[in-house]
Design a protein around this ligand. Structure first.
Ligand code: ADP
Length: 267
């Protein structure tokens, strides 16, 4: 129990133009956990995610499923860590949806029959039945994001890494995605500004700013800390504000009916 599947220790990274993007980052993710990485624009969230499957290599240690990422194990690590990019256009490059989703399994040299079975099954699961022959470039943003997710899920990774999965989606499509993520019983690491999504999906939160961890804790503690969130250009999610107001309203109603009852019984 509580097996650490991702461990990041003293991670530092600067881009070639000398922008320091990560400063002594430390955190870990346990198996089965849904961890949110939150923080303002430019905090270093995307840079951090790109270290989890070795696209970027900083100074320090990144361990996935107990193995330190190195050139030798990169292919194996990438099979274990599925990364869904913020912009689906960075993930989709084939002429058809089928080809895009089949690309990963083809590279794993799976049998044609097995590939077709997996692709059909994942497209069906994500509500994309009949989309196989379509061109990804003709799809809506929500559909493209679903195909991006399919290209990753088809490889059956142990850990799912999502970069701003609900950004720019309309409310209805956003809810569909939240339900899809709820149904995926894998370890999830989600970098996002969507704190309502975090309150629905995640148990633990890491708040980062200027490339480093500012706070980490339970979703409940971090998302209710108005000052902490506002100090880092975030705000308490609307759903928690509403819940708080409802609780206050209920307390007020109870107080009023109690004082009415006292008045009536005092006579
Ligand atoms: P976030 O995902 O939290 O918005 P990023 O990881 O994208 O943050 O960016 C962290 C910092 O690194 C920012 O200051 C950003 O300007 C910088 N940065 C990101 N990509 C590059 C790049 N390719 N070259 C130089 N600086 C970059």
């Amino acid at each position: 129990m509580n097996e650490k599947v991702i461990e990041v220790e003293n991670l530092n990274f600067s881009y070639p133009d000398k922008t320091i993007a990560l400063r002594n980052m430390n955190f870990s993710v346990s198996r089965g956990e849904s961890l949110a990485i939150i923080g303002p624009n430019g905090a270093g969230k995307s840079t951090l995610l790109l270290h989890l499957n070795g696209v970027l290599r900083g100074e320090g240690t990144v361990r996935v499923l107990g193995e330190k990422i190195s050139k030798e194990n990169l292919k194996r690590i990438r099979e274990k860590v599925g990364m869904v990019f913020q912009d689906p256009n960075d993930q989709l490059f084939m002429p058809t949806v089928f080809d895009d989703v089949a690309f990963g399994p083809l590279n794993l040299c799976l049998e044609r029959e097995e590939i077709e079975k997996r692709v059909d099954s994942i497209l069906k699961e994500l509500g994309l039945e009949g989309y196989g022959k379509k061109s990804p470039s003709h799809l809506s943003l929500g559909e493209k994001k679903k195909v991006s997710l399919a290209t990753v899920l088809v490889l059956e990774p142990e850990i799912l890494v999502l970069d701003e999965p609900t950004i720019s989606l309309d409310p209805g499509t956003r809810r569909i995605f939240i339900d899809i993520f709820k149904d995926i019983k894998k370890t999830k690491l989600i970098a996002t500004h969507d704190l309502d999504l975090v309150s629905q999906l995640c148990s633990k939160v890491v708040l980062m700013d200027k490339g480093t961890v500012i706070a980490e804790g339970s979703c409940r503690d971090i998302l209710r800390n108005k000052k902490l969130l506002e100090d880092h250009s975030l705000e308490v999610p609307a759903s928690l504000v509403l819940n708080g107001l409802k609780r206050q309203e209920l307390k007020e109603k109870n107080r009023l009916s109690f004082s009415l009852w006292r008045k009536m019984t005092a006579r």
